[in-house]
Design a protein around this ligand. Structure first.
Ligand code: PLP
Length: 383
């Protein structure tokens, strides 16, 4: 039987070469030669001028939360339909989390309803570019400017995306990326923070290096380094950076293949969507460029999704659900951040009906045809 896992981490071939180079260079800790190579590539290709590689996107978000200076008494607006880390990083600094609903047509944050969540205590909004489709950053930015809020983009899904010519992670004060092996490009575990507000970057470097001015020391600007601020050891090892450099170099090719697969899914599933049996993600790019990170379908209800998922699993296809409503998580409830299901209707609909299909570089078009064929068979059998 065909066995199609949900994800397979892609290795371009160059990683081994760069790893060997890193190993023979005699320095494999953080902020080394390959970190610089990645950072240079990020600047030249994507305009990320003040970026720091981190051990994960979770760490990048933690840095962003520290840089935001939020603490007890402050509120941070986060979508309820997201990964734990989006909220955790700010919660860890003592802030209260206010959960936003998703859009009706997409799991991204509902930009139109931010006003309902605003209070005197609101300090930060954290939009998540779900599935590589960017939020309406023009609306979010103007809302934030009007109410004097910081915007931290959780761009974990969005490396390679842009909106109106501006890359993901460059709209907000800060943007955080993930290079976990399930993401579009990766190094096993890894992340990056891009700091767009230049007044924050000096502090970001210190937080990155255990609260010290070790970056300035490495540049020969100070004769020794000392303790100045809070922080942690957020920096990525140069071993991971060497792997990541190979991936950044191939990012365009990786995204082009994902686009081909994504569009094949979309095209072949359109007849089912036309009959109203399933819903597809919004097509077109809404003024932006997408990295085709996720392809999902929406079933009519939870039971149908369960049946479809079981049917696909039995056909060797690992289709998977996604997030659980964070506002109903045990931790959020214990902190009193819960919200009624009525306030989070769209989030709950995605929680119950969204099913993601396998999508990764080494997947073949014929595999995507097999997957869509099985989905059609499922609905055909029931028709
Ligand atoms: C993957 C992910 C993260 C966390 O990334 P790590 O690199 O695994 O820490 C954060 N936010 C979102 C939306 C993610 O999908």
């Amino acid at each position: 039987m065909t066995l199609i896992p949900f994800n397979l981490p892609y290795v371009t071939g160059r990683e081994a070469e760069y790893l060997k180079e890193a190993l023979s260079g005699g320095y494999i800790a953080g902020n080394g030669r390959f970190t610089k190579k990645c950072t240079d590539l990020m600047r030249e290709r994507y305009g990320y001028g003040n970026s720091l590689l981190t051990t994960s996107c979770t760490d990048a978000l933690e840095m962003a939360a520290i840089l935001s200076k939020v603490g007890p008494g402050d509120e941070v607006i986060v979508p309820a339909y997201t990964f734990v880390s989006t909220a955790l990083a700010f919660a860890r600094q003592g802030a209260d989390i206010v959960f936003a609903d998703s859009r009706a047509d997409h799991p991204g944050i509902d930009e139109e309803r931010l006003g309902e969540l605003l209070s005197e205590r609101t300090k930060v909004i954290v939009p998540v570019h779900y599935g590589g489709r960017m939020c309406d950053m023009e609306k979010i930015s103007s809302f934030a400017a009007e109410h004097n809020l910081l915007v931290v983009e959780d761009a974990a899904h969005a490396f390679g995306c842009s909106l109106k010519g501006v890359p993901a992670g460059k709209w907000g004060s800060m943007g955080c990326f993930s290079f976990h092996e399930t993401k579009v490009i990766h190094c096993g575990e890894g992340g990056m923070i891009n700091v767009n507000d230049p007044t924050l970057f000096g502090r970001a470097e210190m937080i990155w290096e255990k609260g010290t001015d070790r970056c300035a020391f490495a540049r020969g600007e100070v004769p020794f380094y000392s303790w100045h601020d809070t922080g942690s050891s957020f920096l990525m090892s140069d071993l991971n950076a060497s792997f990541l450099a190979a991936q950044i170099e191939e990012a365009d090719r990786i995204i082009a293949k994902r686009k081909l697969l994504w569009e094949t899914f979309y095209h072949l599933l359109s007849p089912l969507a036309g009959k109203g049996l399933i819903k597809l993600p919004p097509a077109g790019e809404a003024g932006g460029e997408c990295n085709y990170y996720t392809f999902y379908i929406l079933t009519s209800d939870k039971k149908e999704r369960e049946n479809l998922q079981a049917f696909l699993n039995a056909s060797g296809i690992q289709a998977v659900t996604h997030y659980l409503n964070l506002a109903a998580s045990p931790y959020a409830l214990s902190r009193g951040w819960g919200r009624g299901d009525k306030d989070l209707q769209n989030c709950i609909r995605y929680q119950e009906t969204l099913l993601r299909l396998p999508l990764y570089f080494s997947l073949e078009v014929k595999d995507s045809e097999y997957i869509t064929g099985q989905i059609s068979a499922f609905y055909g059998e029931r028709a």
